[in-house]
Design a protein around this ligand. Structure first.
Ligand code: NDP
Length: 323
């Protein structure tokens, strides 16, 4: 599922380089910003990290990204965006940004073992990461049967029974994906109605391997060396129940990946970056786009739109300061 950087073009970072626009993050927001930035004539670099592509590379079939009548895999979509960004002149770097200094201009970014570069403008598009329940047993069995990524780990559950916790599109998609391997998939949701889209719910209902347990919460992951089951409780009746299974997939939403910016940018109480309507953050010249600012839609197309907007605003900002 890894998105490989295009082998024909060497990927290298140039320490102490200066860019007009640096984008941090390589999901649809980041790559769209790169496409617009580079095409707008800006010397643009995108820090994609060692596993570029963002959350979409864990998505199987994307049926709602315009332009793909037969659906597209997340990996193919991100590969295409990356190629497009590179063709237009973006330096796509496989380095991880480890520090930012937005207190003076040009902005300074530290990456990979202390190397630095500078930038006149920055777009933060670091996305979000999977949220965990916070149960001690979940931590205890992480990697031993508890997973936050069905597309990464589903393969190991061939012929086994598993459960997915959550009621949104991610949980639905994970449950459907896991039926390729598992003999049975329990979808455990805390309410009596799913949050997942109508289309997803229809697919769940039509899959004989899936059983939805409504009004049910995960109380404990059971196991020895590895996961052997779960203890569940019905939130309405209070009845407890244990199910023997081998895998527990947590799919209860995401939190914005903004730890790097907590002292540099204004964040809201849940860690999302605060921006104005143009995508500009609390620091002039630093913009943000995608799931780091979006607590409502979290859609690839919305992130791509926000990336476009941020790059256009960064261009306007640079024109203004260079007048
Ligand atoms: P959501 O926030 O949409 O759903 C999270 C789910 O987890 C909810 O059902 C919520 O329950 C449940 N939940 C949250 N916290 C807990 C907890 N502590 N214990 C038990 N359950 C909990 O997140 P998703 O990751 O599913 O989706 C995020 C966005 O990405 C959405 O906009 C979705 O549409 C989109 N998406 C689209 C896809 C596609 O179109 N192919 C695929 C995947 C995601 P409750 O409902 O009670 O709040």
């Amino acid at each position: 599922m890894d998105l490989k950087l295009n082998a024909e073009v060497p990927v290298f970072s140039q320490p102490d380089a200066h860019y007009e626009l640096v984008i941090i993050g390589s999901g649809p927001a980041g790559f769209t910003a790169a496409i617009y930035g580079a095409r707008g004539g800006l010397k643009t670099a995108l820090f994609g990290g060692i596993a570029p592509g963002g959350q979409l590379i864990m998505t199987m079939d994307i049926e709602n990204f315009p332009g793909f009548p037969e659906a597209v895999t997340g990996t193919d979509l991100m590969q295409a965006m990356m190629k497009q960004a590179r063709r237009l002149g973006t330096a796509v770097l496989s380095d991880e940004v480890t520090g930012v200094d937005f207190s003076r201009k040009p902005f300074k970014l530290t990456y990979s073992g202390g190397k630095t570069c500078t930038a006149d403008s920055v777009i933060v598009a670091t996305g979000a990461q999977a949220r965990w329940m916070g149960l001690p047993s979940e931590t205890k069995y992480a990697g031993k049967g508890v997973s936050g990524c069905a597309t990464c780990d589903g393969f190991f559950y061939r012929g086994k029974e598993v459960c997915v916790i959550g009621g949104g599109d991610t949980a639905a998609e994970d449950a459907l994906f896991l039926t390729k391997f598992a003999t049975k998939v329990y979808l455990v949701h805390r309410r009596d109605i799913l949050r997942a889209s109508f289309r997803m719910q229809e697919k769940l209902r039509n899959n004989p391997k899936i059983e939805i347990l409504y009004d049910t919460v995960l109380e404990e992951v059971l196991g020895a060396e590895k996961v052997t089951g779960v203890r569940l409780r019905n939130g309405k009746t209070g009845a407890g129940r244990e199910i023997a299974l081998s895998g527990v997939f947590i799919a209860i939403g995401h939190t914005p990946a903004t730890a790097l910016f907590k002292d540099a940018l204004k964040l809201d109480e849940d860690g999302y970056i605060v921006t104005d309507c143009r995508g500009e953050t609390s620091v002039r010249g630093v913009f943000a786009a995608g799931d780091v600012i979006d607590r409502t839609y979290k859609q690839a197309i919305v992130a791509a739109g926000a990336g476009c907007k941020a790059a256009m605003e960064a261009g306007r900002y640079l024109e203004e300061i260079n007048k």
